[in-house]
Design a protein around this ligand. Structure first.
Ligand code: ATP
Length: 328
């Protein structure tokens, strides 16, 4: 069985609240099991530039409540090339690192899988860290819960002003390919409509729905638009709707990067702790090219290949239908 003695940990792609609790868990679980740990800065960039440092139990003190990632993150183009990967490999060998935990989204896992297929002597374990909640093999990804709560907090505030002025707000939230944040936030905030990348909403239906709100004497309306919606962004949709819906003053808010920040929720702290712990234990058990996830509240280990190739996260039509009914 593969035996490891020195472990590297990195965060890559978009940052997500919960990465820090996960780093803490990886570091302390590894040290508890007698492994040495190296922190790799700015994802694959740090591997290529040899930007790494030894970590101990105190390196991760007081970080549970921090958003972002103490290891920093980056989108690293050179890692997509053979030369970049070779440099990363040589740096890992130089430091005698024989396993890495990569915390990130599908891009990060694609890079990790390619790398470990090329250099199978380095064990690789992935932890799903992305606010998009779009990875197969884990019901929830790190950061999704916190990001959704951040969105809810912002929309609650917007609802106050929308209500005071009889306004219709189009609020754009993150989600280029996944409407997970939009759907959850829409249910939680009682949005009048939720527009998602997975399902095209006819503009005529949206307008009818908003006019219905007027007949029902609604004092405000909120439409949540995931950034990947097929009609374009919230501004594009607002422009079309404003022509037809005269009784409301139409406004647009793009929540943008504030959705990534903030202290991780209890859920993300616990998820990060559990997944980091499970990742290190999986490496100690000799596993590689795998991802740890949580399904039905149990740790599930999925091959990176399967996690990347399975796209069976379907739109939860039942939740969307419920949201529509509850917003009449
Ligand atoms: P998020 O879901 O938050 O966007 P992500 O992990 O999908 O996170 P990406 O920027 O897509 O973020 O990927 C992170 C990094 O993974 C890239 O910057 C690159 O270094 C590496 N990567 C992505 N795709 C590949 C690939 N095909 N080959 C090698 N490396 C890759």
């Amino acid at each position: 069985m593969r035996k490891i003695s020195k472990l590297g940990v990195l965060t890559s792609g978009g940052d997500a609240p919960g990465m820090n609790p996960c780093i803490r868990s990886v570091v302390r679980t590894a040290i508890y099991n007698g492994l040495q740990v190296v922190g790799i800065r700015r994802g694959y960039q740090g591997l290529i530039e040899d930007d790494m440092y030894d970590m101990n139990t105190r390196s991760v003190s007081n970080i549970l409540d921090l958003g972002g990632t103490i290891l920093k993150t980056a989108r690293c183009l050179p890692f997509r090339t053979d030369e970049g990967m070779e440099t990363a490999y040589q740096n890992l060998k130089k430091h005698e690192i024989d396993a890495i935990v990569v915390i990130g989204g599908d891009g990060t896992f694609t890079g990790a899988l390619r790398f470990s297929q090329k250099y199978p002597d380095i064990a690789v374990l992935g932890v799903p860290g992305t606010i998009d909640n779009d990875l197969y093999g884990s019901t929830y990804t790190l950061g999704f819960d916190t990001a959704t709560n951040t969105v809810i907090e912002a929309i609650d505030k917007i609802r106050d002003t929308a209500d005071a002025h009889d306004r219709l707000f189009f609020i754009e939230v993150m989600g280029r390919d996944s409407g997970a944040i939009a759907l959850r936030a829409g249910i939680s905030c009682g949005a009048e409509a939720i527009l998602l990348p997975e399902k095209e909403t006819a503009i005529e239906n949206l307008i009818e729905n908003l006019k219905g709100g007027q007949y029902n004497k609604k004092s405000s309306s909120i439409v949540i638009v995931a950034e990947g919606d097929k009609h374009g962004g919230a501004y594009d949709i607002a422009k079309i709707v404003q022509k037809e819906v005269k009784f409301y003053d139409v406004k647009v808010t793009i929540l943008g990067h504030l959705q990534r920040g903030g202290s991780p929720s209890a859920f993300d702290r616990i998820l990060g702790s559990r997944l980091g712990y499970a990742a290190v234990n999986a490496l100690i058990a000799g596993k590689s090219q795998m991802m740890v996830g949580l399904e039905a509240n149990h740790i599930k280990i999925t091959s990176l290949e399967e996690a990347l190739n399975q796209h069976d996260f379907k739109l939860e039509e039942d939740l969307l239908q419920m949201a529509e009914i509850l917003s009449i």
